[in-house]
Write a protein that binds this ligand. Sequence first.
Ligand code: RFL
Ligand code: PHB
Length: 395
Amino acid sequence: MHTQVAIIGAGPAGLTLSRMLHLQGVSSIVLENRDREYIETRTRAGVLEQPTVALMHELGVGDRLSTEGMSHNGFYLRFDRATHHLDFHRLGGGHATVYAQQELVKDLVANRLSTGGSLLFDAEVTAIETTADGARILVDHAGTPLEITADFVAGCDGFHGVSRAHIPAGRLREHSRTYPVAWLGILARTAPTTPEGMYCAHENGLSVHSMRGPRITRQYLQVPADTDLDDWSDERIWDELALRSASDDHPELERGEIFDRSVAPLRSYVCETMQDGRLFLLGDAAHIVPPTGAKGLNLAVSDASTLSHALGAYFAAGDRSFLDAYSETCLPRIWKAQQFSWTLTTTLHALSDDPMDWQLRRARLGRWVESEAEQAALGEVYLGLPFPTRWNFTG
Ligand code: RFL
Ligand code: PHB
């Protein structure tokens, strides 16, 4: 089987890339080692930047996003028992949209299948071989070996995928930071705590109060990195969420049935370079941000935008310059998102017992709520910096 671009992984990066290539007349095959139901129900991100939403509309996958996505002007911050709204829309225009990652994945999968896309589930890539003018991919397709040849390979297989290891160690510069904390995330049947998402900084640690609809909330607790979910009963989760979000200006947190729970580590990681010959890395395969600030999925989509543009230029006019510049085009935006996530992470989490650290964090939080200049700067990144390059899909 031959294709112009073999895409490893059907997450937001791989599926978005496949759709964009299709619109540019470039063929691709998406290889996903999980089944369709698994990737369409995996609970993960929820906040989409403005450029991500705009792109999804251009790609013809914005219908449900328009009707079911919740458009937010900013977010709430709560500390010292007081609630503050950071209204980024008022300061600079734009909105963030709350829409579950698995819903976006469903929309992209449905679109690719209905437009003749080649998407193989239960297809685990076991080996990648690249030469100067192509690539060979070995796949275990539900127990049957399969070989695919391609002009290019897009490694969209997440942080634990196989494609990053294909770049020779000597060419790879890795930057990594792990945090001593994780996020315990739940989905619960309750009304949203605040009309838009909220971060609460408390001496016990961060709590985050987001939503997935008028009666479904997504909430997170900072917990130690080695947390065992079995140690967290529903009552303990609600007690801790209530304690960390207690305020003098809002009623106590509503409790309800918890129907999904997980623990995710916090990590910052970037690998430079993001390419080697015919192989390109996108999304979590190349970089990870801690979830504070909600940048991961959006970075994956931004990389897909940059690579589809570069591949489009190559296949349309034989111009390799955008492909050659892929890493250096992506990395400045990735580092700005890393910096933003790191600032939010270190300001909102309790990462030390030193009282001076808390005073420094409070001072920064104080500036964020009192200064419109600080809010405008935060808002620019939260709502989404422009994508580095973009194919014009409208015309
Ligand atoms: P994905 O989504 O991990 O997809 C990779 C896919 O590759 C497949 N795969 C393979 N397929 C074939 N052969 C192999 N050998 C393979 N190895 C792996 C996997 O099965 C998978 O389907 O990567 P992608 O596309 O780069 O997307 C990245 C995002 O998923 C991730 O950054 C976000 O979920 C991060 N994130 C958030 N991002 C946001 O933008 N906004 C948020 O609000 C937000 N909240 C979050 C988050 C991540 C979280 N967790 C669970 C880490 C909240 C949390 C709690
Ligand atoms: C979410 O709604 O899942 C969410 C909200 C804020 C974050 C991360 C995730 O920082």
